[in-house]
Design a protein around this ligand. Sequence first.
Ligand code: NAP
Length: 336
Amino acid sequence: MKKYEIAIVGVTGAVGLQVFKWLIDLKFPFSNIYGYASKKSVGRNIHYKKYSLTVKELKENSFKGIDICFFCSNEMVSKKYVPYALKEKCLVIDNSSYFRMFDDVPIIIPSVNKEQYHKDLHLIANPNCATSILCSVLKPLSDLYPIDKVIVSTYQSISGLGLKAIEELKYQSIATLEGKHELANKNHFESLNDKLKYKIAFNCLPIVGTMLENNWTSEEIKIIKETKKILNQDFKIIANCIRVPTFCCHGETVVVEFKENIDVDNIIKYLKKQKELKLNNKILPVNSNCFNRLEVFVSRIRKVDDKTLTFYLLSDNLLKGAATNAIDIAFLAIGA
Ligand SMILES: NC(=O)c1ccc[n+]([C@@H]2O[C@H](COP(=O)([O-])OP(=O)(O)OC[C@H]3O[C@@H](n4cnc5c(N)ncnc54)[C@H](OP(=O)(O)O)[C@@H]3O)[C@@H](O)[C@H]2O)c1
């Protein structure tokens, strides 16, 4: 079997570290994995099992000889460096949102819309983490009954904002519990000030992403637009996104109105057949038992009226919502 030269841009971050780990655990056929980050991380060693890499500074010529590159950095890094990777005919799988709404760039979740992949593609976008979790369930539901309207409310953990934000929640929580309120009320890491404008410890924040002029947030608009693009369907969708003080996994309560009467037993039977989904009403999915798991957990499925269903979703945002979906795209691309 062919082995691939792999690069991870942003290998020191929350998503990049998981891509490194899961390429190994999922036995992706690689010959080498090279890791890139900003100047300040150069020389850092990253180990997992018998594998290790030394972080290099990302440069315009970092992509020579690379077959597949996972971009796990911010939008500006993708905007600047993806074109250099494409020039080297590298397959780029981008975790940032920069290219997601470009007409010629599909957003792919292999279990949902692999038909949008074709072998001439060199740039594929990985979806927003909350979108990925939602679409994994909306797709099988829409196989059964046409969807009229979706209302989703998210409970998004702090790891969605990256590694520094995880440390920030720890820091603020300890400071609060020790009664050091002055310290707890401002970000310890000033570099987070743009992304995290309110105290996160012990608070739920009614803002994920940036607030737009119309009072929607950028995260809500991403979920709405990306879901329609991935599913290639045009139902109404309303998203409310809340940041909660948990470390990992995003929860979502979802209400789906269908165009036809539904049979809930039939829905449950069909959802149970989906490899990516885990249904369990006896042991309810909570962040601590879904962390580091690859599935999307579906629980509390119940009927609202003849045409309306509601349920709760939970999944590891760094895996299904980012790293392992990106690796699934790479598996799809190599035909494995
Ligand atoms: N976290 C999630 O749940 C999630 C889910 C889906 C998608 N995403 C997206 O995935 C991307 C990565 O998110 P994350 O949560 O992993 O963020 P993160 O923990 O903050 O990591 C960011 C990474 O980017 C690197 N980086 C920053 N500036 C750079 C530069 N100028 N050149 C090269 N590398 C640079 C950082 O390197 P240094 O360590 O050297 O600074 C670090 O490795 C983002 O676009 C995010 O929106 C995240």
